[in-house]
Design a protein around this ligand. Sequence first.
Ligand SMILES: Cc1cc2nc3c(=O)[nH]c(=O)nc-3n(C[C@H](O)[C@H](O)[C@H](O)COP(=O)(O)OP(=O)(O)OC[C@H]3O[C@@H](n4cnc5c(N)ncnc54)[C@H](O)[C@@H]3O)c2cc1C
Length: 286
Amino acid sequence: VGMQGVAVAETATQKALAYANDRRQGKAANYNGNGMAPIVHHPDVQRNLLTMKALTQIARAISYSCAHAIDNARISSGDEAAHWQERANLLTPLAKAFSTDVGVEVASFGLQVHGGMGFIEETGAAALYRDARIAPIYEGTNGIQAIDLVTRKLPLGSGEHVHGYIAELKAIANQVRTSNLQGFGRTADALDQALDDLGQATRFLQGLLADGRSDEALAGATPYLRLISLAAGGAYLARGALADQSRVALCRFFAENLLGEAGALKERVIGGAESLAAAGKTLISA
Ligand SMILES: Cc1cc2nc3c(=O)[nH]c(=O)nc-3n(C[C@H](O)[C@H](O)[C@H](O)COP(=O)(O)OP(=O)(O)OC[C@H]3O[C@@H](n4cnc5c(N)ncnc54)[C@H](O)[C@@H]3O)c2cc1C
């Protein structure tokens, strides 16, 4: 089901990119041709398209990492098999929930890039959005996936498996910092910050679980799932960019434009439970 999210996101991205290079509307400073500019020249359309590309690549990387862990657990034995099984268990709710959320988000951006043509049926953009919307619901709603992540996956390996994973992601940030490749901008700093935010949020939730304050931990489960997915995804984009210069620009765009969300998600995990519980009481009539 995670791969359904990736597939619909990839399809939406390809369609939107093709449309944006074809559709002409308005003037753009960076367009020197005749008549109106293809909308792909407009910075706001570029932002939508780059967000689509980055989120799709992240969802794919997380899903492949999960599959890689499952394969390694199957072909190894002993401690090594146990390690990979824990990794697969940790990544499964990310692969399912983050990827299917991305499917919806990216399909929605795709509709936006198509403008009015996206809302009516001819382009197929609206159909992709409808198709994407089921995947966060079936095979364990994404809310339940987040609960699984916090209550069953954060305790893996006496609570240390997830920190080992974060340390591996940190090593990628460090490789970016020491790389000779051009064009990473502030990627290393942004990644380090997001991974520090992730580490703090993780220890906070583990502390709540250890104290038996599970309701407070569950209040932060969905923002936590997105936080770990974005931070891991940023590191995966960086790993790809370290191996292939042509991928550096998208990695930097993600780090400098989108990864800042990690800090806000950490605040929601750490500081959101009390107000949620207070306001939640106002909803209950039964
Ligand atoms: C098109 C389609 C195809 C499907 N195909 C299959 C299939 O092939 N096989 C099959 O077995 N099922 C299938 N389903 C069913 C699907 O798996 C369920 O709809 C899904 O698991 C959600 O269950 P529910 O509808 O009972 O929602 P509910 O369990 O009532 O959930 C409603 C909301 O409450 C939240 N919620 C529920 N319990 C908790 C909790 N303890 N803590 C926090 N939040 C909670 C949920 O996250 C959700 O947001 C299909 C559904 C659809 C729409």
